[in-house]
Design a protein around this ligand. Structure first.
Ligand SMILES: NC(=O)c1ccc[n+]([C@@H]2O[C@H](COP(=O)([O-])OP(=O)(O)OC[C@H]3O[C@@H](n4cnc5c(N)ncnc54)[C@H](O)[C@@H]3O)[C@@H](O)[C@H]2O)c1
Length: 332
């Protein structure tokens, strides 16, 4: 049993990870601004302690006695990252480097930075952790800078691991329909059509939300000498998908006739990624496929467990709303 501090614990990945850690028997200190509401996490109890706070101001005392930090807090996708780009840098880069620095000073032995495969941007061929990066957006650039600056803190007493996650899908208490597979399922559910980002030939790797949380848990248990100061892509080789064939798979999984409508300008992000390293280092194999994820999201919509029109499920739209309605307008 470990004592873990998770930032962004109320988010899409964090709310799933926090539950899995509690089920595993760990204690969790959950730190979040709760931009998407406090209801995404269970109530405090003996093993869950919730701090409604900001990673830019969190007190070092909160890190004493912690065995590992998983630093998920961020403005979490490309469009949200462009809303107020200086805030994206202040949170996604400086905020997380601050948490890593405080953790090291407080004697926390392990720090995990959940980054993103979006740092690869547009590139041909199969990319691995040694490939050059090509971050195209503020979000991807801030992630890349956070990778470098947190890895620089690694030493024999402070194990730092960077996880470049594929695009995540599946059900979470903080549901996101601005993620490709989840958005496809919502489109089919609402309009019988999949919204497809032009031109459908772009490649993207995918991973289920419980699988990426499991990869983080494997990294908590891995021997430091096996993982310290390293970057790992998190996903699986067979979940590198082109968007148009993926949409067909999603429709088939739900037994719904495939129909689609285009949106947006042609997407310049396209990358295929190798996941050999994480497989070999910690034996990570995803348990879920895009079809599994599509079916579980569809079932949650069908049963009414998830509201397809909840405005909080579209990250950039919700941040815009919070900025416009907060008084004074300094929410972020
Ligand atoms: N979902 C994906 O497909 C995906 C893919 C690759 C990487 N990631 C990375 O994983 C992390 C989590 O993503 P997510 O999908 O769970 O996003 P999310 O938006 O659902 O969660 C982020 C959480 O961080 C909180 N937060 C934001 N700024 C904060 C601050 N200054 N202090 C404290 N809390 C703050 C928000 O309230 C939210 O609960 C992000 O770093 C993201 O870049 C996500």
């Amino acid at each position: 049993m470990s004592s873990l501090l998770v930032t962004g614990a109320g988010g899409y990945i964090g709310s799933v990870l926090t539950r899995m850690l509690l089920e595993h028997g760990d204690s969790v200190t959950a730190v979040d601004r709760f931009f998407f509401g406090r209801q995404t996490l269970p109530p405090d109890d003996g093993r869950l302690r919730v701090i409604e706070g900001d990673i830019r101001t969190l007190q070092q005392a909160e890190l004493r006695g912690i065995d590992a930090v998983i630093d998920l807090a961020a403005l979490s996708n490309d469009p949200a990252g462009e809303l107020e780009s200086e805030k994206t840098w202040a949170i996604n880069h400086a905020g997380r480097v601050r948490i890593a620095t405080l953790a090291k000073q407080a004697g926390v032995p392990r720090y995990i930075l959940p980054s993103s495969c979006s740092v690869y941007g547009f590139q041909e061929g199969l990319l691995d952790e040694r490939s050059p990066v090509n971050p195209l957006t503020t979000y991807a650039k801030a992630n890349r800078q956070a990778e470098g600056d947190t890895l620089a803190l690694a030493d024999a007493g402070f194990c730092v691991v960077v996880l470049r996650q594929a695009t995540v899908y599946g059900l979470s208490p903080r549901m996101r329909f601005d993620l490709a597979i989840n958005g496809m399922v919502r489109g089919l559910f609402k309009q019988g059509k999949i919204p497809l980002l032009r031109d459908g030939t772009q490649w993207r790797p995918f991973v289920h939300v419980r699988d990426t949380a499991r990869a983080m848990m494997l990294m908590l248990e891995a021997r430091p000498e096996r993982v310290n100061a390293q970057i790992f892509n998190v996903g699986s080789d067979d979940q590198n998908c082109q968007i148009m064939p993926l949409a067909k798979t999603v429709a088939e999984a739900m037994g719904i006739r495939f129909d689609y409508e285009w949106y947006g300008l042609p997407d310049h992000r396209s990358y295929r990624v190798s996941f050999q390293k994480v497989r070999e280092a910690v034996g990570f194999h995803p348990a879920c496929s895009p079809s599994d994820g599509a079916r579980e999201v569809y079932e949650a919509l069908r049963s009414g467990a998830v509201d397809p029109d909840d405005p909080r499920t579209i990250t950039v739209g919700w941040y815009k709303h919070l900025i416009e309605t907060s008084r004074p307008r300094v929410l972020l």
